[in-house]
Write a protein that binds this ligand. Structure first.
Ligand code: IMP
Length: 189
């Protein structure tokens, strides 16, 4: 089974294709920008993007939307993570966190799958809890990976892990596993 992932993010594509391969699902990468609505809900953003992409490409697709939610900042940047990354970046986020003792944060990922012919629009989510580091560390991954330390990662940031290791505990991997098991059951229908 081959399934189409619409994203401009190579890192996301690599994580998804490696993880879904272990479920016997091949990922075809469509390197195209998705329409992203403004909303406080990752699910709403992802579902709308999936619908638009499925309409445009005239085939079933999935997209993914993620956000970093920092407790001491009231969940910021959350759904605005992309804008914050492009404007102030990881160093800007560290600056906002200067002198802040509570560094608890989580990543959330929402995958939305849309098949217009079958009338399907489904969402799957995953979370990983951790904390914001004091300085950026590591050279793997992308985005906020150098400043996010997952609770179960022996104190290393995501950027200090290989894709395979990040895939054992990341928000995206959890959402992808839920998606994969739904796809498996769907094939029987
Ligand atoms: P997007 O809107 O889902 O592409 O992601 C929002 C922002 O969070 C972007 O700046 C991404 O680089 C960043 N981001 C998304 N997922 C991850 C991740 O797994 N690790 C680190 N940063 C991420």
């Amino acid at each position: 089974m081959t399934i189409c992932f619409v994203t401009t993010n190579r890192g996301k594509y690599e994580e998804a294709s490696k993880l879904l391969r272990s479920f016997g699902i091949r990922v075809e990468w469509v390197n195209q920008e998705c329409v992203e609505i403004q909303s406080d809900s990752l699910e709403e953003i992802a579902k709308r993007s999936a619908q638009e992409a499925a309409q445009k490409l005239k085939r079933p697709v999935f997209v993914e939307d993620a956000g970093l939610f920092i407790e001491a900042l009231g969940g910021f940047p959350g759904p605005y993570s992309s804008y914050v990354y492009k404007t102030i970046g990881v160093l800007g986020v560290l600056k906002l966190m200067e002198g802040v003792e509570n560094r608890e944060a989580y990543f959330e990922s929402v995958i939305a799958f849309c098949d217009l012919v079958r009338g399907e629009l489904e969402a799957f989510s995953g979370r990983v809890y951790g904390r914001i580091s004091l300085e950026p560390r590591g050279s793997h991954g992308f985005g906020y990976d150098p400043i996010f330390i997952p609770s179960e990662g022996n104190g290393r940031t995501f950027a200090e892990m290989s894709t395979e290791e990040k895939n054992t505990l990341s928000h995206r991997a959890r959402a992808l596993r839920a998606f994969a098991s739904w796809l498996r059951n769907r094939r029987l229908v």
